[in-house]
Design a protein around this ligand. Structure first.
Ligand code: UD1
Ligand code: UDP
Length: 376
């Protein structure tokens, strides 16, 4: 039998991390011929994340520009993926999540009559303004998707309501848990990474990341002000903050927190170092989707720096607290975690709603069954 040809599209750091275990699983199975199609929406951050899994792009469209616009990314990706599909016909295009790459690639596949598999399908905030533009990217992508890989039952339910079909909607778990377990297995026994050397060995530490478009400007400044206040209240405390490459984000965070010598900045960390940083921290403050999911599996409390969440499971399972971008709220929740041991300890008892580390294997099995049905 001919192998099933699958192009796996990745554009940004989280797509690379969450698609990596799927690419590895497809590559282990002779039923598939997988190709890694990078848009290059992120340049260095994408290459870094792929290489953490021993992967690299087979094709890279290299679309990234400095402080790029959404319309540039979407149109350049659509054009590039369309040309690729014109030259190398594929049985399926696998996209992940909700980025401009996801939407641009999915549109190209739709125009070329190539079936789309959507990994991490069905997340919904039900608000097109937040997260922006990701909510629109997901809704539009799911409109033209053939196979839906929902990370949770709630995500599948969102899809059933919208598409009025059950057949090709599968609950798989989130592949980020596969990625996390994979990296933990690779790094077990490895001693303290170098980047932590700026930190006194036993200092209590928090980990902070932020980058969302809807937080640019005042909201991000308000988050930083909260972190300053928490550091003032706790002179023993340190904050690690690996900066996103986006100059708009890094300039704001540096301007707000740069004067504090208990804030340790770094360039984007390799995935293995970032996981070590999460493990080293008491709790996390982040607006990242992936970090919320990983935190729940690592049993680290996470303060979610967003007003609305498309991952309600973190909140309903109590593994994360939605604190928004209000300075006082972030300060109050941070102090509660630092000063109320019973409250802090309660997070360790919560279970992760995001999967068991087997999502990628399930995705491969569903793709195989789909093509077996079609007698390909
Ligand atoms: C993008 C995604 C967002 C995702 C995030 C993950 C969209 C609309 N946004 O947002 O959903 O959560 O990635 O991080 O798809 N840059 C570099 N080097 C890099 C990466 C970025 O210099 O390796 C700089 C460039 O100046 C680039 C800018 O960051 O123009 C912004 O990148 P972009 O992908 O447009 O937006 P993100 O905020 O990263
Ligand atoms: N991450 C990383 N290095 C860092 C910061 C984050 O490897 O310096 C990982 C993190 O573990 C998670 C993902 O990158 O898996 C999150 O990416 P990001 O915050 O850029 O995007 P989002 O999850 O918000 O889409």
């Amino acid at each position: 039998m001919k192998p099933i040809k699958i192009a796996c599209v990745v554009g940004t750091r989280p797509e690379a991390i969450k698609m990596a275990p799927v690419i590895l699983a497809l590559s282990r199975d002779a039923a598939f011929e997988a190709v890694v199609l990078a848009s290059g929406q992120h340049a260095d951050m994408l290459t870094q994340a792929l290489s953490d899994f021993g992967l690299s792009a087979d094709i890279n469209l290299n679309v990234m520009k400095d402080t790029q616009t959404l319309e540039h990314i979407t149109s350049a990706v659509m054009e590039g993926v369309g040309s690729f599909l014109g030259e190398r016909e594929q049985d399926m295009l696998l996209v992940h999540g909700d980025t401009a790459t996801t939407l641009g690639a999915a549109l190209a596949a739709f125009y070329r009559h190539t079936p789309i598999g959507h990994v991490e399908a069905g997340l919904r905030s039900h608000n097109l303004a937040s997260p922006f533009p990701e909510e629109a990217n997901r809704v539009l992508t799911d409109k033209i998707t053939s196979l839906f890989f929902a990370p949770t039952e709630q995500a599948a339910q969102n899809l059933r309501t919208e598409t009025r079909e059950n057949k090709n909607i599968f609950v798989t778990g989130n592949t980020v848990i596969d990625a996390l377990f994979w990296i933990l297995a690779q790094t077990s026994g490895i001693s303290r990474p170098d980047f932590l050397s700026a930190l006194p060995p036993s200092a209590p530490t928090l980990l902070f990341t932020a980058h969302r478009r809807e937080s640019w400007g005042e909201p991000l400044k308000n988050i930083c002000k909260a972190i300053s206040r928490v550091l003032d209240a706790h002179p023993e405390l340190y904050v690690l903050t690996p900066l996103h490459k986006n100059p708009i984000v890094r300039d704001t965070i540096k301007a707000e927190l740069g004067g504090n010598d208990r804030v340790i900045f770094s360039e984007p960390l390799s995935y293995r170092d970032f996981v070590a940083a999460m493990n080293r921290s008491l709790f996390l403050l982040s607006d990242s989707g992936g970090v919320q999911e990983e935190a729940s599996a690592l049993k680290k409390p996470v303060l979610i720096l967003r007003e609305i969440s498309e991952r309600p499971e973190a909140i309903s399972h109590g593994t994360g607290v939605l604190v928004g971008t209000d300075t006082s709220r972030i300060e109050k929740e941070s102090l509660a975690l630092l000063e109320n041991k019973k409250y802090f300890d309660s997070f360790a008892k919560k279970t992760s709603p995001f999967g068991d580390g087997q999502a990628s294997e399930r995705i491969c099995a569903h793709i195989k069954a789909y093509f077996a049905d079609k007698n390909l």
